[in-house]
Design a protein around this ligand. Structure first.
Ligand SMILES: Nc1ncnc2c1ncn2[C@@H]1O[C@H](COP(=O)(O)OP(=O)(O)OP(=O)(O)O)[C@@H](O)[C@H]1O
Length: 353
């Protein structure tokens, strides 16, 4: 199977359905060979953006280049992109082999070549032994692999995946996402993966674009988005975020963050003014007594999660999530317990109002 692949460049893309703006000012560069994610809540415009690249739906304004060529004026079948849909869209009346061969027959590829390429594609997804089955004789995971084989067999320059795992049960999803990544690495094919599941995106994607209301909020590697979110939306969407609202004040030579609840915490270099700070649960520890960077809190709720205990704590005028690793034999703090929280302010992300 050929591994020619292309980068994608999107500039100033806008799209509305009637009065509803669905994509606003999208600019994005995806490198050749990247496994790239579109991540966002339902209705954020992920599928619309993907479909715009594939050439489905109304034509947006702006520009989309695949491999340096503008594709916006081309119909889907001339764009050299392969798309796998959430529903797989296999032909129910055709065998697995015929499903995979279909796109090649449409392109008038000689029969001998079709045979070799279909065999190669089925080998690639490990399902050669099921070539003569009908789609309804396959499991969900197998159908998904056939849908992938049917797409990569046409040797697209980019692979577009629209929530490809959402019809599978939880454990199969985990297995299939690893398989997807292995297949992508093997082919070196530029891939865009649409998902609303942050764990799925974090575990597979080289980089992710986080979308909200048709606007790209941030683009980056999963760790960068988690560690350095640019706004509260991204902070909340990736992982659990404790958000403290308040003000950064300068007193004497020191800066401190004063929460709306009146607690003061020392803070490193930053500008005074209204701000919010983002703290991940693992960066707040439960201490013995209030001193230093600690703030008082009260346990509202606890959940035993096995390796750790998750506490919901009322502190600093807010409800905070605090994870404490569980040691064998240790008991969970009761609801109502008065505790001191030690806050790792080095890890705090400051977002100015
Ligand atoms: N054909 C259409 N006509 C009118 N509005 C549409 C159409 N298709 C999508 N929309 C609207 O565009 C917005 C973005 O939809 P889109 O399917 O791209 O979101 P999404 O992030 O992929 O969501 P989901 O995860 O639920 O699929 C939504 O508000 C949706 O209602």
């Amino acid at each position: 199977m050929k591994t020619e692949t292309s980068g994608i460049e999107i500039q100033d893309l806008h799209l509305s359905f009637g009065d509803t703006r669905v994509l606003t000012g999208v600019n994005l560069t995806i490198e050749p060979g990247e496994f790239f994610g579109f991540l966002g809540p339902s209705g954020s415009g992920k599928s619309t953006l993907l479909r715009s690249i594939a050439g489905f739906g109304p034509r947006p304004s702006g520009s989309i280049k695949v491999g340096g060529s503008d594709v916006l004026s081309l119909p889907p079948w001339k764009r050299n992109v392969g798309m796998v849909f959430q529903s797989y869209a296999l032909w129910p009346h055709m065998s697995v082999r015929d499903n995979v061969a279909f796109g090649l027959q449409e392109r008038k590829v000689p029969a001998a070549q079709i045979k070799t390429r279909v065999n190669d594609a089925l080998d690639l997804v490990g399902l050669s032994h099921l070539a003569d089955r009908m789609p309804n004789q396959l499991s969900g995971g197998q159908q998904q692999r056939i849908a992938l084989a049917r797409t990569v067999v046409i040797e697209p320059q980019v692979l577009l995946l629209d929530e490809p795992l959402s019809n599978l049960d939880a454990s199969l999803r985990v297995q299939m996402r690893r398989e997807l990544l292995a297949l992508q690495r093997k082919l070196g094919l530029t891939t865009i993966f649409v998902t609303h599941d942050q764990e799925e995106a974090n575990s597979t994607c080289d980089r992710i674009a986080v979308l909200d209301k048709g606007v790209i909020q941030q683009v980056g590697r999963p760790q960068d988005l988690y560690d350095n979110p640019v706004n509260l939306f991204v902070a909340r969407f990736l992982g659990t975020a404790n958000i403290l609202e308040g003000r950064i004040e300068k007193s004497a030579d020191a800066l401190r963050f004063v929460t709306t609840g009146g607690d003061a915490l020392p803070i490193g270099s930053s500008n005074p003014g209204d701000a919010a700070i983002v703290l991940r649960p693992q960066n707040i520890a439960i201490g013995e007594r209030p001193d230093g960077d600690t703030i008082p809190g009260k346990v509202l709720h606890s959940e035993f999660l096995g390796s750790q205990i998750r506490y919901i704590v009322s502190a600093a005028g807010s409800e905070l999530v605090v994870d404490k690793s569980h040691r064998q034999g240790e008991t969970t703090l009761p609801t109502g317990a008065e505790i001191a929280l030690q806050v790792n302010m080095q890890s705090a992300v400051v977002l100015h109002a």
